[in-house]
Ligand binder design. Structure first.
Ligand code: FMN
Length: 727
């Protein structure tokens, strides 16, 4: 059976039984503690295991001539019953040799009675007993499937107890505790199932047969000399019934663990015998093992194991949640897709990263299709394939990617496809990202497949390494992926409340400006993530801090979910969102001068940076717009007033749809000398706006620094003097 089938069985069983297991493990823990307490608090008798029946019977008869019955319970307490000298009933825990009364037998407390009843039958009588018994059986199956999963995970039974390498704490505890408590849990479930099967006649106990022995001895023995009494240890006995009178027809009846015997009190002969069937012996053994009543240490182990079932339930569900939290959703058919993202993942984290890219492609209008590697097929319109694959076992495929090799051979693609492979793994394993390398090599060998990017590897889901890949991808791709690490953090974001202070719209302009109030700390250049569809899909906006409030400049798009949502907001409305710290786009405190370049709504963070520039840092602002409309006139007024306050050194706006059309690149060319000089003395250039503008501006900047400073733009990028936030 493959691992995924075992895992599925393990999960389904756990889901079906989890509520009952929860009850059974809580009550079981209480009962185990009670059993350990009973066992340790029972009066102890010196050398109990060496006392013979002969010693006990004669000793007790001396003190209690009218003793009728002796019971030895699971804690080895000896309870004598009969009549005392005054002819009254008595019942007491006694020393089995001296007859000293040690204590009065105490009934179980009401609470323990209640817990026992709940544990055994959920207060549902026979139905409850059936359910509990059946759940015991399910627990047995869960334990078996769990053991198989551990063996598979540890790559063989020989490594069962080798070090566990794990991805996150819930997984680690699940595996480590599973290994440690395997035996006790197996015993709990096995004995519980056995008792259940006996009770409901799945296993039937044979009728007891009494075998009578011929009596032919005339020899008489005193009690202490009867051979069978001398040979039998009290610790093997559960009950002794004394004869009522001296009549030779009245016998001693002794129940042992494996049989019952009747003994003639005069001749000492065994008159009859009932040998218990093995089912009864196993039943007692099962009860002892299941309850821990005979051994305090075992009772404590059972308690720990029982309590741990709760831990298993919790960690098991955390693991499952992680694995399944990302649902693969598609808007386009595989046959229509331009970009295909295929994932190989076992624990779900690689799927999470893949989904993040998929959503961004969809948001930027690309026909992206997202599937597992096992769903590889014909993609007749695809021009790009991105594979994100984790590695398991000895460099093997995760369970949703095992068929990939076969499928690649089965479905040749007839058009050109550019591929990139991203491997997820852990350097703790010798075969680091081996499966991803295999996929990469395999794709290289396929007809019509061209490499877009060298394979990248990600160790232990490192977001920073993932962002490195994003940056490398963005360098050579027309479509851009967000490179802000906070977007890829797997923890579910905590949202905060924001109140709308103002939503400034202009009748003949699709750009609007929103001010929000928040208690959260932030800086200009950070991002605001909003959730317009109330699901996990977020939209990001660059933010400015203006007079302590958060300000967004947004362009309304006809089909833009995010911009439509923001456009509808009115004064005093509240929305849930989160701030993503975007450190790489903050104004560096040590930079003496800043050159801000942008287009359209890309001006947003700059407005905040200028407004916050109370230290009068040298700041130059170059922005391109289409029209010199009311909104832009507002920016102009803002820029002028801040120039007067010395918070802005100078500014130039370019208009592409007015008379003498101009793009921002042209202003940059005109300012070549200033830019080159400032860069040479450590200025920082910040670019915000469209990706197309970023690309064009970078070409111009590259030329400028090559001509004036004899350097490449990459040089300044490496010095962290070029900061971008484009979309
Ligand atoms: C049982 C097990 C075996 C693994 N074997 C390898 C391996 O051979 N090579 C490797 O690079 N990573 C190995 N890893 C690490 C995973 O590939 C890595 O944690 C990956 O990020 C998991 O991605 P997923 O959550 O999408 O499955 C293993 C992890 C586990 C839990």
């Amino acid at each position: 059976m493959t691992k995924s089938v075992w895992r599925f069985a393990h999960l389904v069983l756990a889901i079906f039984s989890f509520l009952f297991l929860l009850i059974a493990s809580v009550t079981g823990t209480i009962l185990a503690v009670d059993a350990a307490y009973e066992k340790t608090s029972a009066p102890s008798i010196e050398n109990f295991n060496q006392i013979t029946v002969a010693q006990s019977i004669t000793g007790l008869r001396k003190v209690f001539p009218e003793i009728l019955e002796l019971n030895i319970d699971a804690t080895n307490s000896v309870i004598a019953e009969g009549f005392n000298d005054e002819g009254e009933d008595f019942k007491a825990i006694v020393n089995p040799v001296t007859g000293e009364i040690l204590a009065q037998p105490k009934p179980k407390s009401e609470f323990i009675e209640w817990v026992t009843s709940f544990h055994r039958s959920l207060f549902l009588h026979e139905t409850g007993r059936f359910i509990v018994g059946f759940v015991s059986f399910l627990l047995l199956l869960i334990t078996i499937s769990g053991t198989v999963l551990i063996i598979k995970r540890q790559l063989g039974i020989r490594n069962f107890f080798s070090k566990v390498i794990s991805d996150f704490s819930a997984q680690y505890f699940h595996v480590v505790a599973g290994r440690l408590l395997l035996i006790p849990i197996l015993i709990i479930s096995l004995t519980g199932s056995y008792l259940f099967m006996l009770r409901f006649d799945v296993i039937s106990k044979p009728e007891l047969v009494e075998i009578s022995h011929e009596s032919n001895s005339t020899e008489e023995f005193s009690l202490e000399d009867i051979p069978v009494f001398k040979e039998t240890l009290l610790s093997d006995v559960t009950k002794i019934e004394f004869p009522f009178s001296d009549d030779p027809e009245e016998f001693f009846r002794i129940k042992l663990k494996d049989k019952e015997i009747q003994v003639n009190q005069i001749t000492g002969e065994i008159v009859s015998e009932i040998i218990y069937p093995k089912e009864t012996v196993f039943e007692t053994l099962s009860l002892d093992l299941h309850t821990g009543r005979t051994n305090a240490v075992w009772a404590i182990i059972l308690g720990i194991a029982s309590l741990n079932i709760l831990v298993f339930i919790y960690t098991g569900f955390v693991i499952t949640f992680k694995r399944t939290s990302v649902k693969i959703k598609n808007k386009f058919k595989p046959t229509d897709a331009e970009i295909v993202i295929l994932v190989g993942s076992e624990g779900g984290s690689t799927t999470y990263f893949a989904n993040r890219i998929h959503q961004q492609f969809l948001n930027s209008g690309k026909k992206s299709y997202f599937a597992t590697l096992n769903e590889y097929q014909q993609f007749p319109k695809a021009s790009e394939l991105i594979v994100l694959a984790s590695t398991y076992g000895l460099g093997e495929a995760p369970s949703n990617a095992g068929q990939f090799k076969k499928l690649v051979a089965k479905f040749p693609q007839s058009q050109n496809i550019h591929f990139s492979v991203l491997g997820f793994g852990s350097t703790k394993y010798a075969d680091f990202c081996a499966f991803a390398f295999e996929v990469d090599t395999m794709l290289t060998q396929q007809n019509n497949f061209n490499r877009k990017l060298q394979i990248h590897t990600i160790n232990k889901k490192s977001v920073a390494e993932f962002v490195n890949w994003v940056n490398a991808y963005n360098e050579i791709s027309d479509i851009k992926i967000e490179n802000v690490s906070a977007i890829y953090q797997m923890k579910l974001p905590k949202l905060s409340k924001f109140t709308v202070l103002e939503n400034k719209k202009n009748a003949n302009d699709s750009v609007f400006q929103i001010s929000l109030q928040t208690k959260k700390k932030f800086q200009s250049g950070d991002l605001l993530a909003i959730y317009p569809a109330n699901d996990a899909q977020e939209r990001l906006y660059s933010i400015a801090k203006v007079n302590g409030n958060l300000q967004l400049v947004v362009k309304l798009h006809e089909f833009g979910l995010g911009s439509q949502f923001l456009h509808r907001l009115q004064k005093n409305d509240q929305l849930k969102a989160r701030i993503i710290t975007n450190e790489h786009f903050h104004v560096p405190t040590d930079a003496k001068s800043v050159i801000m370049i942008g287009n359209g709504t890309g001006i947003a963070p700059f407005l905040g940076m200028i407004n916050e520039n109370i230290s009068h840092k040298e700041m130059h602002l170059f922005v391109g717009f289409r029209h010199r409309n009311e909104t832009v006139l507002g920016y102009e007024a803002f820029a002028k007033s801040h120039q007067e306050k010395k918070q802005l050194t100078d500014f130039t706006f370019a208009f592409s749809r007015e008379e003498n059309p101009k793009y921002v690149m042209q202003i940059i060319e005109e300012q070549a000398q200033l830019i080159a000089d400032k860069l040479a003395v450590g200025a920082v250039i910040m670019i915000c706006g469209s990706l197309k503008m970023q690309k064009d501006v970078e070409v111009v900047l590259d030329k400028i620094v090559a001509t004036h400073n004899d350097k490449s733009l990459t040089f300044y990028k490496e010095q962290n003097q070029i900061k971008t936030d484009c979309y």
